[in-house]
Design a protein around this ligand. Structure first.
Ligand code: SF4
Length: 521
């Protein structure tokens, strides 16, 4: 039996490029660890390489972000036509199972850990169910991910999840759409897994790579006591590690010192904006803009590089604000954000529901699900014309990634890092400042109605024999619409499911799927 696991990727810049950055999807090693040993498993991170279209699979697990759903259902159809059963999971599958169901043999609602073992057993007995709803997440029952299956595809294969979810409820976040919850695996279990993964990877990855650990958590700092203890246990391993966490964590000077002593060298923090009104609109109350510079400087002194992205909020931001951002970046000592995108109301989030329920159209006309990836203007701008906002966005991109901006960053960071003998951080900083910077395809308009399609939209090698009818071809190949010609949300998008209730209990709405014929474990 051959099992495939594909983490779907569509280049958000619409160049059709792979994204071979530090953070790579980790769903493959997790699902593989939930299958019985001895099963022939292949993991494909679409971010790294295209699937091999000549392969045969008996069972294919597919996961994707919301905007990559078009490719996910194309990939599913392609391999269903070739005899495979396909399973779709992830936040989109969990929150909109009714929209996903027609395109896959089975949908997983909730966590893989609480569904995949039963699903696989059912598949082996020829009784695969259309929907599986996971049981509550048990942090201690998660097996060590089989990272050795990805060793050839990613640069830093030592990658692990210590926590799941996030205690915050930012308005725009896909985690909030599925339901706020935060689970911690015991620090001892995490350390056990780090050691096991190093064993798995011996001989498969260069030894220096086994000294670098990336945490794939959405927010490693959701509980400060927990993070403190984790740092204590990480220290003797002499690793260099990085993670994503929230501003309140890096504002804690003692904890920053402890993280640095335990080997932390890189942190991604969601600063999002310099506009207090936008922060309030996003519900991101843990950020304090006035403290940003002091926090970034302190982290740098400790040898920790802070990375962050910026979002443009079309409701609160105007072109004047965008033109001031280079000064804010300079004053805050962030200098260069990792990305600059538009806030995209991911379907199912409070932000989306609020905009969708407005009497006036609040979104752009004829927006497709593929446009909800941060690089299309999906929310109708309130203080500026769409054209002005996009012109200002393009000007800003040019400014913040200019050679002079890169040099300014290094001129600030290097004296601090080198005088404190922070060699590893200095190296990462230089790579970050002068590494290749991905940018949108030059023909992009960033407006849904006129933008160019992603090249991946026509990349799956279908033949005419793959479709029974023109209707079926269109259902598989046409992009998935979210708004109508006036910018109103289509009715199908108004009924998402919140999967988790307080403390991660499976919600009544998700459990009611069971009453409708879904299976739970
Ligand atoms: S802090 Fe980050 S991970 Fe947590 S809800 Fe907000 S955006 Fe999502």
């Amino acid at each position: 039996m051959k099992v495939g696991i594909i983490a779907i990727h569509v280049d958000c810049f619409r160049r059709g490029d792979h994204h071979r950055g530090i953070m790579q999807p980790q769903i493959g090693p997790l699902i593989a660890s939930l299958l019985p040993s001895g099963v022939d498993v292949e993991i494909i991170n679409d971010t790294w390489r295209d699937p091999d279209w000549s392969r045969d699979y008996d069972l294919l697990f597919i996961s994707s972000l919301h905007p990559d759903f078009d490719r996910a259902r194309q990939v599913s159809h392609y391999w269903r036509q070739r005899g495979a059963k396909t399973v779709y999971g992830g936040t989109f599958a969990s929150t909109y199972p009714h929209l996903c169901r027609p395109f896959f043999d089975s949908i997983v609602v909730g966590d893989a850990e609480g569904s995949v073992p039963l699903l696989f057993e059912d598949f082996c007995h020829g009784r695969l169910e259309p929907i599986y709803v996971s049981g509550a997440y048990n942090p201690e029952s998660t097996p060590t991910p089989r990272v050795e299956l990805l060793a050839e595809q990613i640069r830093f294969p030592l990658c692990l999840e210590a926590t799941r979810g996030c205690p915050f409820s930012c308005d725009f976040c896909a985690l909030t759409a599925a339901g706020t919850r935060f689970h911690m695996r015991s620090p001892e279990t995490v350390i056990r897994d780090v050691k096991r993964m190093r064993e798995q990877l011996k001989g498969l990855a260069p030894a220096p790579m086994l000294q670098i650990l990336t945490f794939s958590d959405n927010n490693l700092g959701g509980n400060l006591v927990y993070l403190n203890r984790l740092c204590e246990l990480l220290t003797p391993l002499n690793l260099r590690w990085g993670a994503a966490l929230t501003f309140n964590v890096v504002a804690n000077r003692e904890l920053v010192k402890k993280m640095a002593q335990s080997g932390c060298r890189l942190l991604f923090v969601g600063l999002e904006t310099f506009n207090p009104e936008a922060l309030k609109d996003m519900g991101k109350f843990q950020n304090v803009i006035e403290k940003t510079r002091g926090v970034i400087d302190h982290c740098l002194e400790q040898g920790i590089l802070i990375e962050s992205g910026l979002m443009i909020n079309p409701v609160t931001d105007d072109a004047r604000y965008l033109r001031r951002i280079p000064d804010y970046l300079h004053e805050s000592h962030l200098f260069m954000p990792n990305f600059l995108c538009f806030e995209a109301p991911i379907p199912g989030t409070p932000c989306f529901d609020r905009l969708a329920s407005s009497e006036q159209p609040t979104l752009m006309p004829n927006a497709m699900l593929r446009d909800f990836n941060g690089y299309s203007l999906v929310i109708r701008p309130q203080r500026e014309s769409a054209e002005n906002l996009i012109n200002a966005y393009e000007w800003l991109r040019g400014e913040i990634y200019s050679t002079s901006a890169r040099l300014r960053k290094l001129a600030h960071d290097m004296p601090v890092l080198l005088s404190n003998k922070r060699w590893a951080t200095a190296f990462v900083d230089a790579m970050h400042a002068f590494g290749p910077r991905l940018s949108p395809h030059p023909d992009r308009t960033h407006i849904p109605e006129t933008d160019i399609p992603p090249p991946e939209a026509t990349q799956v090698p279908f033949t005419n024999a793959d479709f029974d009818s023109e209707e079926q071809r269109r259902a598989i190949l046409d992009p998935c619409p979210v708004t109508d010609a006036a910018g109103r949300v289509l009715p199908a998008w108004r009924s998402s499911i919140k999967v988790f209730e307080h403390k991660g209990v499976i919600s009544r709405a998700a459990r009611s799927l069971v009453a409708m014929g879904a299976t739970t474990s």
